[in-house]
Write a protein that binds this ligand. Structure first.
Ligand code: NAD
Ligand code: UD1
Length: 352
């Protein structure tokens, strides 16, 4: 049982991870400015964890990772004299198109925000960190499945900002390795997180028109959008549509718990791991699985490829299995069933 700081804990992946960590017995301080989320997600996390609203095990601080004052409040928020033992750092911006239009915003929140957090961690004597990185670092992969040793070659400002934070973490790790208190760091490169908690009480709540496949498909199934556009039917894949490694958000949340356990138990290290299922699914397979899970039609048309897309990205997930003893257990059908439970139970998301 540890006291943990979760930045961005109200967001899609953060909220599911908070639930898994509470169920594992940890106490959490969430720091989130709700730029892309709602406090409602954390209210529902408490309800799912069967904890009261006043529970000391989940404290929520509305604040910004770029603010030293907000970070100091978060580090001071544990009960008694116990300090924060580790940080899971989800807070950041993640929309690729927006990052192309507003690179300053992405370098500011993702890089400067991470720098401020790391400075606060040093100041408060906390040197254990799990960081949300992304498979977007691999750009157009030359070899699939993609191993962690593949070249880092991001193709948009979002990816550049994640690559910069990964480098900053490696620099900091190297600088403190010989000190009394070295850093323990996990850089987790997520593939395509989708789905929701099986209760359908928490899930992904994108603003405006979704850019990503799963939320778009579920909004078509519920009737909020007329049809899906399938970006490209002429990819060099089995059915001509793009292939991705979709990972159930609950598997991903459990991967964070496993990474944290390993970091805190083993000697200081810099872990760099793909979190994916190791299995690829095409857009047309997702359409068909979602239609079956929801019992709703998912009309689609095939249109030209989207700029910046790769034909197929699939994780080599063996290193995470070897290092963490963790692997995904949920199928594409589970992702669709749970995503539909969330979408159909909350047609307007959290109503933020
Ligand atoms: P999300 O937008 O749902 O969650 C991010 C959270 O961070 C939100 O609650 C948001 O309000 C908060 N936040 C943003 N800026 C902040 C700031 N300046 N200070 C404090 N809080 C702030 O996104 P998510 O899908 O849960 O992603 C979590 C992390 O995982 C992000 O770093 C993202 O880049 C990374 N990631 C996501 C995906 C994906 O497909 N969802 C894939 C790879 C990596
Ligand atoms: C996108 C981001 C990537 C990020 C990832 C997080 C881009 C170019 N890439 O990846 O940086 O790390 O999200 O999950 O935005 N598709 C359609 N129709 C749609 C939407 C998507 O056919 O309306 C297809 C895409 O062409 C792709 C697949 O569905 O083949 C998955 O797309 P998406 O969910 O956007 O994820 P990625 O492109 O893998």
């Amino acid at each position: 049982m540890a006291h943990l700081l979760i930045t961005g804990g109200a967001g899609f992946i953060g909220s599911h991870t908070c639930l898994v960590l509470l169920e594992a017995g940890h106490s959490l301080v969430v720091l989130d400015n709700f730029a892309n989320s709602s406090p409602e997600s954390l209210i529902r996390v408490l309800e799912l964890a069967e904890l009261g609203f006043e529970s000391e095990r989940l404290r929520v601080i509305e604040g910004d990772i770029r603010s030293e004052a907000d970070l100091n409040r978060a580090f001071g928020a544990t009960p008694g004299s116990t300090g924060i033992e580790a940080v899971i750092h989800f807070a950041g911006l993640k929309a690729v198109g927006e990052s192309v239009a507003h690179p300053l915003r992405y370098w500011d929140v993702n890089l400067a925000g991470s720098r401020s957090l790391l400075a606060a961690m040093e100041a408060h004597g906390c040197r254990n960190l799990v960081f949300s990185s992304s498979a977007t670092l691999y750009g157009y992969p030359e070899v699939v499945p993609i191993a962690e040793t593949a070249p880092i070659q991001p193709i948009n400002p979002y990816g550049h900002s994640k690559a910069a934070v990964e480098q900053l973490l490696a620099d900091l790790y190297g600088a403190r390795l010989q000190s009394q208190t070295p850093w323990r760091i996990a850089r987790l490169r997520y593939f395509n997180p989708v789905g929701a908690h099986p209760s359908g009480r928490i899930g992904e709540d994108p603003n405006g028109t979704p850019n990503n496949l799963f939320p778009f498909v579920s909004q078509v199934a519920i009737g909020r959008r007329k049809q899906l556009q399938v970006f490209g039917g002429d990819w060099p894949t089995a059915d001509g549509s793009g292939v991705r490694d979709y990972i159930h958000v609950m598997d991903l949340a459990e991967g964070h718990r496993a990474a944290l356990d390993v970091l805190l138990a083993e000697p200081p290290q810099l872990l760099t791991l793909n979190l994916g299922s190791g299995q690829g699914h095409s857009v047309l397979e997702v359409v068909s699985a979602f239609g079956a899970a929801s019992g709703q039609p998912v009309p689609y048309e095939i249109v030209p490829r989207r700029a910046g897309d790769a034909a197929a990205t699939v994780a080599d997930a063996s290193l995470a299995h070897g290092r963490l003893g963790w692997r995904t257990s949920r199928t594409l059908q589970d992702m669709c069933r749970d995503g539909w439970a969330w979408q159909s139970g909350n047609p307007k998301g959290y109503g933020k």
